[in-house]
Ligand binder design. Structure first.
Ligand code: ZN
Length: 128
C-alpha cells in the first residue's frame, strides 16, 4: 500500500513558483479543453459528415477531453476539496486526487463524526 505523504514546501520563493506553475498548467489544460469543446461543436454542426463519421469524431474528441481532465486531477495542481492551488498537498490514494492538508483534516474529521473508520479512509500521513 502506498503511503500518504504531505509534500511540504517551506521556502516562500519556491511556494510562489509552485503556485504560478500550477496556475499556468491549469490555464493550459483549460485552454486545451475549450479548444476541444469548440471542435466538438464544429463536428456536431458539420452537415457534410455522415452520422457514423460524426459519432466517431465526437467520441474521439470526448476521449481527449477526459484524458486532459484526468491528467489535471492526477497532478498536484489544485486541492480536490477547496480548489486552491496555494497549499501543500496530500495524495489521496483511494480517490486518486490531491487534497490540501486543511481539507484532508476536514474530511477526516467529517468521517470520524459519522462513526466511520476514518483512519482507514484518511490515514495518518508523513511530512516530507
Ligand atoms: Zn483544500
Amino acid at each position: 500500500m502506498k503511503k500518504y505523504r504531505l509534500i511540504k514546501v517551506r521556502n516562500p520563493r519556491l511556494k510562489y513558483i509552485r503556485y504560478n506553475l500550477r496556475r499556468f498548467l491549469l490555464y493550459l489544460s483549460g485552454e486545451k479543453m475549450r479548444e476541444i469543446m469548440d471542435a466538438i461543436d464544429e463536428v456536431l454542426a458539420d452537415k457534410s459528415l455522415t452520422k457514423e463519421e460524426r459519432d466517431e469524431r465526437y467520441w474521439q474528441l470526448h476521449e481527449e477531453l477526459d484524458e486532459i481532465s484526468d491528467l489535471s486531477k492526477k497532478a498536484p495542481l489544485y486541492c480536490d476539496g477547496c480548489g486552491s492551488s496555494n497549499f501543500d498537498m496530500i495524495y489521496d490514494v483511494g480517490m486518486e486526487t490531491w487534497t490540501c492538508e486543511y481539507c484532508y483534516q476536514e474530511f477526516r474529521e467529517f468521517e470520524r463524526k459519522r462513526g466511520k473508520d476514518y483512519r482507514k479512509m484518511y490515514p495518518d500521513y508523513e511530512r516530507i
